[in-house]
Design a binder for this molecule. Structure first.
Ligand code: DC
Length: 222
């Protein structure tokens, strides 16, 4: 039997992927799979265990024995080995270290395999960096969300401040620019705009405007 559609949303940090993907998934009755949360979960565990981030062997072994779970509800909850890490994976130190961990070929292989299993039946919206290029190159809908770095930094700063995490806008901007650089240049699973993806620049647009654009693209494609 043919699987249900897969909608791939890729783009740099802070481009609005998760906010939009959640809304669109809810409207379509699809599952939302946040692949960045999976890289963050492995990162958090590596930080907690003091894993040598330069050791490919140690990272591959860690990814192999870590169970990542999601619970769908009003808030998407993320679990590592049964423990709720929804909040902890959003801490700035985890964001910063996550692009290091995402360079690991072993970690990527383990997570891509899990993502492909999770989306095998379709009916999913998956967001990340390599969904349309590596995880589901045959996705029915591919969207590349982008926005100016200043706006992405301002959004992330607001998000963190609202959660009570103290930080400075210039630091958030620097972190985002550094992650962009690494996400675009890694050897495996780099952030790329694939030829068959539709680009949506969200700079200056409201959540409602972006959602309307994405819904229009999906309607046209499916
Ligand atoms: O989207 P995010 O900020 O939650 O992602 C966290 C990190 O994981 C980010 O540095 C890029 C990486 N990542 C990746 O390499 N591939 C994905 N499919 C998703 C995220």
């Amino acid at each position: 039997m043919k699987r249900k559609p897969v909608i791939a949303i890729d783009g740099p940090a802070g481009s609005g992927k998760s906010t939009i993907a959640k809304l669109v998934a809810f409207a379509l009755g699809f599952h939302y799979i946040d692949t960045g949360a999976m890289y963050r979960a492995i990162t958090l565990k590596a930080l907690r265990e003091g894993t040598d981030r330069k050791s490919e062997t140690a990272l591959t072994e860690l990814a192999g024995r870590t169970k990542i779970g999601f619970e769908y509800g009003a808030v998407l909850k993320v679990f590592i080995d049964g423990a709720d890490v929804t909040e902890a994976i959003r801490l700035p130190e985890v964001s910063k270290a996550s692009s290091d961990i995402a360079d690991s070929r072993g970690v990527r292989q383990a997570l891509v395999k899990k993502q492909q299993e999770m989306g095998a039946a379709g009916g999913v919206i998956m967001d990340g960096r390599d969904i349309g290029s590596v995880v589901f190159p045959d996705a029915e809908v591919k969207i590349y969300l982008d926005a100016a770095v200043e706006e992405r930094a301002a959004r992330r700063y607001k998000e963190l401040t609202e959660k009570g995490i103290k930080t400075v806008l210039s630091l958030v901007r620097q972190d985002i620019a550094e992650r962009d650089e690494r996400d675009r240049n890694r050897l495996f699973g780099a952030l790329v705009k694939v030829k068959d993806a539709v680009t949506v620049d969200t700079t200056g647009l409201s959540i409602e405007q972006v959602t309307a654009k994405i819904n229009g693209i999906i309607k046209e494609k499916l």
